[in-house]
Design a protein around this ligand. Sequence first.
Ligand code: ASP
Length: 467
Amino acid sequence: MTRTHIGDLKEKIGQEVMICGWVDVRRDHGKLIFIDLRDASGKVQMVALPNHAEAHTATSAVRSEWVLEVTGKVNERPSRMINVDEPNGTVEIEILGIKVLNEANTPPFDVRSDGKEIGEESRLTHRYLDLRRPRMQKNIRNRSKATKFIRDEFTKRGFVEIETPLLSATTPEGSRDYVVPSRLDKGKFYSLPQSPQQYKQLLMVAGFEKYFQIARCMRDEDTRGDRQPEFTQLDMEMSFVAREEVMQVNEEILINLVQTLYPEKKIQEIPFPRISYKEAMEKYGVDKPDLRKDKEDPNLLAFEWVIDWPFFEKDEESGGWTFSHNPFSAPQPEHMTSLLAKKDIPNILTTQYDIVMNGNEIGGGSIRNHQPEALKAVFQIMGYDDERIERNFGHMLEALSAGAPPHGGIAWGFDRLMMLLENEPNIREVIAFAKTGEGRDLMMHAPSELDSKRLKELGISLTKGKS
Ligand code: ASP
C-alpha cells in the first residue's frame, strides 16, 4: 500500500489507507486508545478498538513523538463527534495495524505549544524538536513561500539569480569580518562577506544588468539585541538606472508580496511616502519613524522611504570622516563636484534610500559611484592613503575603469521582514537554525576549539589565556 498524506484523508472516506507520522498525543481510555498522528500535511485522530487486539496492544505501547506507520480505515465521524476546529475534524482512522518506525525519548519540552513558555537555550539546543511546533512549522514554511515569491517576481522582470563567493576578501560595510584561515596559503585568511556588495557591482561591470540573490551575509558584531552573526538579504542590483527606478521595482515587489501572501495585512499608504533624513530627525527624532496611524493593529503596515542622507559622518574613534551607509554609494548628482573636490563634506548628500516598515529598517541601497575617480575621492575623504586604497580597492577601481555602466541596487534584511510579517518578536523565530545572542550554536556546539593537529596544519598558534 502506498502512503497517504494526512491532509488528503478526507478524500479517502471508507477506504483502507497507510499513513506515516509522529505521535502528537496519546489518550488512553482503557478500551479505547486515541492517538493524534501528525505529518507535514496535517493531523488526524486515530482510535484503537479492543476488537483489533494486536493493534490495540501495539497502540498502548506508543508514546509522544514516536514515528509510526499505521494502516487503518478512514471513517466519517458521527456528527456529534465532529471537531470544527481541526481540518481533519470530520474523519477518524480506525487503527488496523501499527508498525513502529522509530521510538523517541521523552522530549525535553512540549512541541505542541507555541513554545513561548520554554527557555530559549533549551529550544535552540534541541532545535530539531522545537521546529516541530506548529508556530515554527508555519514560520519556516511561510519563509519558503516568500523566498519563492521573491524569486519569481525578480525572475519575471528579467533579473538573473547569481551566487557569489563566501570565501572572499575583506569588505568594508561598517562591521568586522569573520575570517577563515587558509591551509594551502599559511598565514593568510579569507573573509566571509558582510554582503555581496562588491560582487554585485562587478556583475554590473560584467554586463548582467539585472542581478538578484537570496544571500547569506556574515558580520562579526558585538552582541547587540536582535542580531545574528549570519543573516539573509534579498540582494539586487541593476544597471542604467536612477534612484527612482530601483525604489520603484522594490516597492512594487514588496506590495505584491504582502498582498499575495499576507492578504490580511493592510498597507497604510501606497505609493510609499518619502521622507528626508532631515525631516525625519526634526519631526520624529529618529531616522526610521514608525508612521502607523494605529499602532495597536498588528495587521497594519506603514512603509516609507527615507532619503537624502548625509554621505559622511564623523568617526568617533579617529575623529576623521567615515561613510554613513555605504562607501560605494554615489553622491546626489548636484553634490558630485563637492565630492570630487573633497569640499563641503558635511553637506554632501548620498543617493542612499532606506526602506522602513513600522519603524524598522528593512532594507537599504543606493546608486553607486561608477566612475573610479569618485570612488577614490570617497576613500580619500575617509583619510585612506593611495597605498591602502590600491591594496583594498584596486580591483574595484580597475573594474570601474573597464567600462562600468551606471548602476544601483538595494538589499532587504529578509529575516527582519519575515519576523515582522509573522508578528514575531525576534528574527530567531523565523530562522531555522538560529544562534544565541552571543553567536553560539548550542546544538552543534559552535564555535568550538580546534585540536592541535588542525591548528598546526593551518599554521596557527594560540596565545595562552584570555586576552
Ligand atoms: N550592501 C548593502 C548592505 O548590505 C546594501 C546595498 O547598498 O545594496 O547594506
